[in-house]
Design a protein. Structure first.
Length: 164
């Protein structure tokens, strides 16, 4: 009877484990701005150029309204993702949806018409608890970004004042 109970526990455990979803969030992007943004995280870049690929589950450019947030998922833990796929920081691109609508993705990507690009290192991800925001908050001040932090904030403030 004891063996039967052990076999039953083993089968139930195996069934639960096999039904688990091994996805885990790699990064969360939060739109803390007053404007709509489009976010894209490529699975890799070639020669410093953005490459639209689908390594991430549901890895498509996503539009975020003010106050919205979005998780990018991967089948690996963040630690595995940085170790295996990103020996360099993970790029997080923020675009203006109006530019995409006006010029199309090909031109926006070819001309790198970005609002900001964050380069999130493994240390940054740990420090930020895998959370990035637009506009960048004070915690993100030391994350490598282009344009630099102060310029991103200045550009954002200018965009907001132009909308008013």
């Amino acid at each position: 009877m004891k063996n039967l109970k052990s076999v039953f526990i083993f089968l139930v455990s195996a069934g639960l484990i096999s039904s688990c979803d091994y996805e885990s969030d790699i990064i969360k992007v939060i739109n803390e701005s007053d404007i709509t943004i489009t976010v894209y995280i490529p699975s890799k870049t070639e020669n410093g150029k953005i490459e639209l690929t689908d390594n991430f589950i549901g890895n498509q450019p996503e539009t975020l309204e003010p106050g919205d947030s979005l998780y990018y998922y991967t089948r690996m833990s963040p630690k595995q993702m940085f170790a295996q796929n990103y020996k360099v920081p993970i790029p997080v691109y923020i675009f203006a949806p109006e530019d995409i609508e006006k010029y199309g993705w090909e031109k926006v990507i070819a001309d790198e018409m970005i609002i900001v690009q964050y380069s999130v290192s493994a240390d940054d991800a740990r420090h930020l608890n895998c959370r990035t925001t637009y506009p960048p908050n004070e915690e993100m001040k030391n994350v490598l970004m282009y344009p630099p932090y102060e310029e991103v904030i200045e550009n954002y403030n200018r965009m907001i004042s132009e909308k008013e």
